[in-house]
Structures are given as structure tokens and as C-alpha cells.
Design a protein around this ligand. Structure first.
Ligand SMILES: Cc1ncc(C[n+]2csc(CCOP(=O)(O)OP(=O)(O)O)c2C)c(N)n1
Length: 168
């Protein structure tokens, strides 16, 4: 409707990987020239800490009090899945766990917006993030959990970077 506008979404994992999973996959597949910031804290935080599709195996949530079992599915790796779409611009997974990782995340988000400004198409930055209340951990422990535990299931890195091409 307004191709001159800068458009971004800011979505949790409950939203992006579950409630809005169909929408994100087709927006990416259409190579919409938008930027998605995907805040993955592995639970539905706002509604009380229920299991999300990204919840880690054996992770305790309010709906998996004994830990997530495989019968409920394995953690969905949205960045890897979306990066299979060859024509999109950029997908990176970062974390917000300490000063350096936050600065790296900032650079990734900047790059994602530059893709959009340069009309290169769909860009997404996944940010592994804490929810210390939902995780029932101290804030400091939850940052350690991101670094040592979440990254085992959700490795950091660039999954898609299409250079020097324009989409439109
Ligand atoms: C279609 C729809 N279903 C249910 C809800 C209710 N709801 C609001 S926030 C939320 C949880 C969101 O979790 P997540 O996206 O992981 O974000 P977080 O709160 O963890 O940052 C839900 C289920 C909603 N807003 N829209």
C-alpha cells in the first residue's frame, strides 16, 4: 500500500512460531520488503509462561510442569526454516545476553533495515532473549541460560545473506 514506508514487525516466539506461523512463512515466501525482529524467549511470556513451539526439551513451563516432552514437538528453528527460501534478503540469529552480544544484535538489526531500504526484500533478525520471571530464574542466571543452554538448540549465526541483488 505504501512502498515508501519502512515497515517492521516485532514478534515473540509464541506469535511468530505458533499463532502467526502461517503469516510469517508466506510473508517471507512472497519476499515482502519488510524487517522482522523475532524475540525468542522460548515461552509465551505475556500470558503467563506457557510452552511455545520454541520451548527447549525438558524445559519447565506452566503447561509443561515436568519439562517439555517430545510428544509436544521439538523446538522449531524458524530462522533455519525461513532461510531455506532462496530469494529472501537476510536472516540472522543473535542473542541479548551481554554487552558484546547486544552490540552485535544492534548491528544485525541495522543490516536488516538496510536490506529493506535497499529494496532487497525480506529480512529477519532472531534475538534469543530472557524471560526471567517466566523462567523462574534470577536475571543474571537467565542471561547465563541464554548463552549456555539456548544457544545449544538455537545456534547463533547468519543463515541467509543475499548480496548485491535487488528484488524489485
Ligand atoms: C491470535 C491471538 N491469539 C492469542 C492471543 C493472546 N496472546 C497475547 S500475548 C500471547 C503470548 C505471546 O507470546 P510470545 O509471542 O512468545 O511473546 P512474549 O510475551 O513471550 O514476549 C498470547 C497467546 C493473541 N494476542 N492473539
Amino acid at each position: 500500500m505504501h512502498p515508501e514506508k519502512i515497515v517492521f514487525t516485532y514478534q515473540g516466539d509464541g506469535d511468530l512460531a505458533s499463532i502467526g506461523a502461517a503469516e510469517i512463512i508466506h510473508a517471507a515466501n512472497r519476499n515482502e520488503n519488510i524487517t522482522v525482529i523475532f524475540v525468542n524467549n522460548a515461552i509465551y511470556g505475556m500470558t503467563g509462561g506457557q510452552m511455545a513451539p520454541t520451548t527447549l526439551p525438558n524445559q519447565v513451563t506452566t503447561t509443561t510442569p515436568l519439562g517439555r516432552e517430545i510428544i509436544t514437538g521439538a523446538p522449531i528453528k524458524m530462522s533455519e526454516m525461513i532461510a531455506t527460501m532462496d530469494h529472501i534478503a537476510y536472516v540472522e540469529r543473535c542473542m541479548a545476553a551481554d554487552g558484546p552480544s547486544i552490540m552485535k544484535t544492534k548491528r544485525a538489526i541495522r543490516k536488516a533495515f538496510e536490506c529493506q531500504i535497499n529494496q532487497e526484500g525480506f529480512s529477519m533478525v532472531e534475538v534469543l532473549s530472557s524471560c526471567n520471571i517466566g523462567w523462574k530464574m534470577s536475571p543474571v542466571d537467565s542471561l547465563t541460560y541464554i548463552k549456555n543452554t539456548m544457544t545449544q538448540t538455537f545456534p547463533l549465526g547468519v543463515f541467509k545473506e543475499r548480496k548485491h541483488e535487488t528484488n524489485h
